[in-house]
Design a protein around this ligand. Structure first.
Ligand code: GTR
Length: 329
């Protein structure tokens, strides 16, 4: 080969390389899991997250949210995200407990004194500890969503005292702590997927369940279980979590963009959440649901002493976390 033609070839190769570098890198098509409909605060915020991520990364990451749990129920979706089969999801810390034991603290009944206090805890140093625990199990918690307070509802009667729960069959999320919680009130807990609850209430397989107003309303459970009793026994945060595998495939710059989009989405979710709580309560009331205060919340609280004792016995190292949470005012 003459010197001239080899130079020409070099120039051509360089041009080809330059063209390659300018072409967009193969996009990361992320798949995300959502248990709720797209119109629920979480669904709206997740879609906004997806849009912001695509925009801020110039299309290098293009997330799609699959709503209504079409990609599987929550425990499965958590597993799939941990092992990288899914890229992200909005997960409640309830079903997270069996996988990431430290997060069980968030499932202790009455652990938080209010939703505001929960936010303070999760947005601060203690929240970081939970993020670290999740990171050890393959999940990067980018931001925390609101999930309000969960109360008991059933098909039979208003629950006013712990004794009213005696013998009741109550659906709970997949976590032994909730079985213990309902058991401590004298009821029988049945762990069951969210999507099966409506039919089970309707056919009498279960007498009741527990959830916040927006989920009680969005699932139409109020149509078949018209007694909602304000026990507010659980205040459980939810994460916007990304699979570690998907996260590590990103450049530092794109990670920053994704993190920022998640923080903004969480902000949006919390605002929408506050509105939806009011709207859901109004809707179920109008439809005839009977909402009652409980006579003595402290009685429900003290009934949980054995649940705490059992938890601390099994997890002595987590006792100080409980004390730290209680100390946040
Ligand atoms: C909702 C929560 C869901 C799911 C559901 C349930 O409030 O947002 O992630 O945990 O409750 O009861 O299964």
């Amino acid at each position: 080969m003459t010197r001239i033609s080899s130079l020409k070839l070099g120039a051509a190769a360089l041009a080809a390389l330059t063209a390659l570098a300018a072409a967009p890198v193969a996009a990361e098509d992320w798949r995300g899991w959502n248990i709720h409909p797209p119109t629920y605060p979480n669904g709206i915020a997740l879609d906004a997250f997806a849009e912001k991520v695509a925009e801020a990364t110039d299309g290098r990451v293009t997330p799609t949210v699959y709503h209504n749990a079409v990609l599987g129920d929550q425990p499965d979706a958590i597993e799939q995200t941990r092992n990288g089969a899914l890229d992200f999801g909005n997960f409640n810390m309830g079903p997270m407990g069996p996988i990431v034991p430290a997060t069980n603290i968030l499932s202790l009944p009455f652990i938080f004194s209010s939703v505001d206090q929960m936010h303070k805890v999760m947005d601060g140093e203690i929240g970081q500890r939970f993020s670290d625990a999740l990171a050890e199990e393959g999940l990067v918690a980018l931001a925390w969503f609101d999930s309000g307070a969960r109360s008991l509802y059933n098909t039979k009667k208003p629950v006013k005292t712990p004794a009213d729960v005696q013998g009741m069959k109550v659906r709970v999320m997949n976590n032994q702590l909730y079985v213990d919680m309902i058991g401590a009130l004298g009821g029988n807990a049945t762990p069951m997927a969210f999507g099966e609850v409506y039919q089970s209430l309707k056919t009498g397989v279960i007498d009741g369940a527990e959830n916040n107003y927006p989920s009680y309303e969005s699932t139409n459970h109020y149509e078949v279980a018209g007694y909602y009793s304000i026990t507010e026994h659980l205040i459980i945060p939810e994460c916007l979590c990304v699979s570690t595998a998907s996260w590590e495939a990103l450049s530092a710059e794109d990670q920053e963009a994704v993190k920022q989009a998640a923080v903004e989405a969480a902000q949006m979710q919390r605002e929408l959440w506050a509105e939806r709580e009011t709207a859901s309560l109004a809707k179920v009331r109008e439809a005839g649901a009977e909402i009652n205060e409980v006579d003595d919340k402290a009685a429900f609280q003290s009934a949980m002493d054995p649940v705490y004792a059992g938890f601390i016995e099994k997890n002595p190292d987590l006792k100080s976390w409980i004390d730290d949470i209680k100390a946040v005012k």
